[in-house]
Design a protein around this ligand. Sequence first.
Ligand SMILES: Cc1cc2nc3c(=O)[nH]c(=O)nc-3n(C[C@H](O)[C@H](O)[C@H](O)COP(=O)(O)OP(=O)(O)OC[C@H]3O[C@@H](n4cnc5c(N)ncnc54)[C@H](O)[C@@H]3O)c2cc1C
Length: 354
Amino acid sequence: MPTSLNHTPALRRKGKVIVVGGGIMGASAAWHLSKAGAAVTLIERAPNCLTTATASSFGWVGASASTPSENQAAFAERLKALEEFVSIERELGPLPIAARGALLWGSTDDETAAMITEHRAAGTRMERLAQSQIAEKEPMIANPPSLAAWAPGDFALEPTAFARQLLAGAQVAGAYVRQGTVEAIKAAGNRITGVVVEGQTLPADTVVLANGYSSRSLALTVGVDLPIYESPAVLLRFGTEADGLRHLICAHEMEVRPSLGGGLVSAADYPENGETGLPALAALTGQAIAHLFGIAAAPSLLSINAAQRPMTANGRPLCGYVGKIEGLYALIAHPGVILAPLLGRLCAEAVLSA
Ligand SMILES: Cc1cc2nc3c(=O)[nH]c(=O)nc-3n(C[C@H](O)[C@H](O)[C@H](O)COP(=O)(O)OP(=O)(O)OC[C@H]3O[C@@H](n4cnc5c(N)ncnc54)[C@H](O)[C@@H]3O)c2cc1C
């Protein structure tokens, strides 16, 4: 539950802000905007939809999922984004964290050692763990590698619960959340005037597009072409047979973590052969988990969901005013769970200082 509000009602002069989309991005923007005093309405078409990116996200928050050499600016941004979670926890109370700390290893010790060296040089707290230390930290692992990386600052968050926490905080701070599908954006001259929700026009001075890839078609209704695309990934949930895992594990290409409600969560690339490849992917992941834990049978599969991740063409967050139209703001980025708290705050600052 929210513990402090930090209202600044004087800022309500900034007019009406409509946030489209109640995933992690929209929820963060709505919370930051409303607690800073903006008059916010968030419109979400399907609050319990299981195929949105946030509802199907693995929820790995930390810098270890990427390396600085892949993209220095993106890496630095992720490190910066982590600080935001501390402020949110201070204001909204305990976050829905399923595991603290990540254990990672590559296909060879050399690969793992190189990753640790690179991360440490970039200023992270990544440590080397020898086999006996891995066994002590994570007794569930049947045959620990001789070397693993330990990332104490990484954690696994339940993304849906986190988005709901932010939305609840936004509502307490005065945001209005309503269900509906935004069909079009309205503009007069070069200014935003509102949105159309199921045939009805709702007035707005600012529209924040936080509805993932669907932002593209919505922006086109006022002639703005957003450089975004979607890329599928798969989330798998397994039963409680293998309960007891304490941390997030990234072993070779497999990612697995405990779930807050019990059981395990794993994320995987979308199969090359599409939907028809999902059963085989589920079987392979189950076997890999059984092998990791040294158990005879794969844990029972509870669900497998493929969801589209909104991506930007240049890999950098789209977080700012877009097009030649005043009042249209876009908020689309990957990895969205890590970046949403930071980008939501930047969005609020930009909107309220416009
Ligand atoms: C399998 C998988 C694993 C992932 N793992 C990680 C991870 O470990 N760490 C990480 O940081 N990121 C991860 N991601 C990416 C992350 O989940 C996304 O970047 C993030 O959830 C995007 O959030 P969003 O709010 O932009 O989009 P969404 O969650 O898709 O939310 C958009 C919302 O807009 C609503 N909407 C759409 N159109 C309209 C409309 N016209 N009117 C009203 N509402 C509308 C939708 O219903 C939806 O709720 C993963 C994603 C997947 C699929």
